[in-house]
Design a protein around this ligand. Structure first.
Ligand code: LMR
Length: 329
């Protein structure tokens, strides 16, 4: 009798463990480096809301914003190792992973406006680029927009020649390195989470950011001048660990893909307005002078930076650059 009871208790606990394992939600850790109150931060929250509702609690999305879990480089390694399942790194951060074609998005003045950008991110060229990540164990799910970058510094920057000698923080992209060099500036690769302090202590003189990133990291408190150069672009690829994604139950995967489609629409709708709002907030804060180049100065920025498309053509691919220019004309 006693041994039967022991068997019964053991059997019940195995069954209970089985049941609780089956009921345990699938956890998706989504790490990113910007504040919650940015286009990417808000879109991540939107995805969480939609995904958890669609899967009725079967999936739980844990968001780790502001580099709380990993910095730029580490988060990509963590994704490949399976320590996190989802990221949305800036397109400028895929070069070190060996997919340098993404640096095409960093080419100065490659997109005249968001319509031109959408032709790539929502077209076959964008899809082909995401497919290149497969070989790295990564699946590209979507593109999320942020905005056009502006130069900031403690020195006024009106024309390209004002950039001479400035130490400028850049993301880990060879195109951005070249862009700063042709302006006579000294580029310094640095993780996003370290930029505020580097500006504050003078480790670097300036940076390039869309207004939403500048404002939400309070960089305007440590940068006296911001110039609306709109010389380059920042957007994201939402990526997942491919093995993890492929192993998901098919119905859950479809629900998550639908949630991602909706969250991406949301991301791409709010990006511009979030950046416009941030630029107004910077002006209102009063610590930074915002300068808008006149037509002659705009032409000078273009003349100085357009050659980067040629000098970086071998790295990115002449045909790819030509295809992008053709698709966006
Ligand atoms: C940067 O490092 O400047 C950006 O990539 C940060 C981000 O994710 O927008």
């Amino acid at each position: 009798m006693k041994s039967f009871l022991v068997w019964l208790v053991a059997a019940c606990s195995v069954m209970a463990a089985g049941a609780s394992f089956a009921d345990a939600p699938i956890i998706i850790k989504f790490s990113h480096v910007v504040a919650k109150d940015t286009p990417k931060g808000k879109a991540a929250e939107k995805f969480k809301e939609l995904a958890e509702a669609a899967t009725k609690g079967k999936v739980k999305i844990e968001i780790y914003p502001n580099s709380t879990l990993y910095k730029d480089k580490e988060e990509l390694e963590a994704l490949q190792l399976g320590a996190v399942q989802m990221l949305a790194p800036s397109l400028a951060k895929f070069g070190p992973l060996g997919v340098k074609e993404f640096e095409l998005f960093d080419l100065p003045f490659i997109f005249t406006d968001k319509k031109a950008l959408a032709k790539i991110t929502e077209g076959p060229i964008g899809r082909e680029l995401l497919n290149k990540l497969d070989a790295k164990g990564i699946l590209g799910l979507a593109y999320w927009d942020n905005g056009f970058k502006m130069m900031s510094s403690n020195r006024p920057i009106h024309t390209p020649t004002d950039m001479k000698g400035l130490k400028m923080r850049i993301q880990a992209s060879k195109v951005l390195d070249e862009q700063m060099r042709v302006l006579g500036a000294n580029p310094q690769v640095m993780a996003f989470s370290e930029v505020y302090q580097a500006l504050q202590t003078g480790v670097v003189d300036g940076a390039e950011n869309p207004p939403s990133n500048l404002y939400t990291q309070k960089m305007h408190e440590v940068q006296k001048h911001l110039t609306v150069t709109n010389h380059g672009y920042i957007g994201y690829a939402v990526i997942v660990n491919k093995k993890f994604w492929d192993k998901l139950p098919a119905d859950v995967r479809t629900q998550l893909e639908n949630a991602m489609r909706e969250a991406s629409k949301y991301a791409n709708t709010i990006a511009q307005q979030e950046n416009d709002r941030a630029l107004e907030a910077v002006k209102k804060a009063g610590t930074t002078t915002v300068y808008v180049p006149n037509e002659k100065e705009k032409a000078a920025w273009q003349a100085a930076l357009l050659p980067v498309q040629k000098t970086m053509a071998d790295r990115i691919g002449k045909d790819l650059i030509a295809a992008v220019n053709k698709a966006t004309q």
